[in-house]
Design a protein around this ligand. Sequence first.
Ligand SMILES: [Zn+2]
Length: 424
Amino acid sequence: MTTVIQNVKLLNEEGELVVSTIVIENGKIASINGDIPAGATVIDGNGHFASPGFVDVHTHLREPGFEHKETIATGSASAAKGGFTTICAMPNTKPVPDSVENMQLINGLIKESAVIRVLPYGSLTKDISGEVRTNMQELKEQGAVAFSDDGIGIQLASTMYEQMQQAAKLDAVVVAHCEDNSLIYDGVMHEGKRNKELGLPGIPSICESVQIARDVLLAEAAGARYHVCHVSTKESVRAVRDAKAAGIKVTAEVCPHHLLLEEMDISSDDANWKMNPPLRAADDKDSLHAALLDGTIDCIATDHAPHTAEEKCCGMVGAPFGIVGFETAFPLLYTNFVETGKWKLKQLVDWMSVKAAQIFDLPYGTLEVGASADLVLIDLDKEQTIDAEGFVSKGRNTPFNGWTAKGWPVVTMFEGNIVYQEAE
Ligand SMILES: [Zn+2]
């Protein structure tokens, strides 16, 4: 089967938009600007920007175990609507993908209901309890894309070190949510200025940065590849930057909300502003921007974390951490950083696709001939106000409700098939 998308704009090497034609055969990119084969199905791209489908290495789909928050079907459809075609699912489900049996269960659910490519993480410890280590080789054979206990920091250095040694043998990546529990005092937002004004318990910056500093030294000793989740503080940036300079195999991601928001944006005790790590101070946010631009931070990941309205209803204390991210990530970043001239469009696209894929050796996030036909057509001029009620995700928990943004996906294609199309 052959599909042709005519009249789209592609980014060239110089980062300019050039009108192009994409020919897709058997789910792969067959040619760019080549001849249109006879009998092909022709789609008019309406002059929209054709980006590689986005790759999100940090997502929570909640199934199995928490289907009231999200399912693989709703989460993957929400991702498709946001232009994502490959997402990595974190293991804080019930059961946790910590055994062959559980990995097989989760793979079965993904096969049944995902509309895009969903790659599951395996956990670093049994039941992500930080105690008993998993057999990573076994989990890798079942398709684990990488290994993480995201949501909780690995408290014992010995546990992390032993799993990094296993990972080094398998050439697998250890992916860490860094949080030293001995430095947390039941905080719900950044330990800074605004938490005191609101009378809410704080989460100090050091509970993230000290664990990153520990882990990069462990990664060096183990010879392991180590990826830091959702970097949020300037001290964390410094630790990653220094580690890279020392030749340690470390990579890092940042979330859209940490680039867009800071603690002082929180005006009331509203749990739609509660996430972990929390929104930090203005100079932390500045350091994250600088780190993306100088390559210290490699990619952008949403940490899409849906919860129900009931769970998020009643203030920060007691509400779970997390906000949704798939359906707003590109338009928010495009509007606030590309349209304003801070970033080039190519930088944003690379951070959201190929650079994320490269961390895990995934052959996705490009529109080269021979690549999987995973792409998203984006109307860069379309302006729309974010309305959480209209999300495909079951989660409505976002601090961006009511924001206006440009650059909305209109068609998402996965392996050459349309998996999202904007309603007429
Ligand atoms: Zn996390």
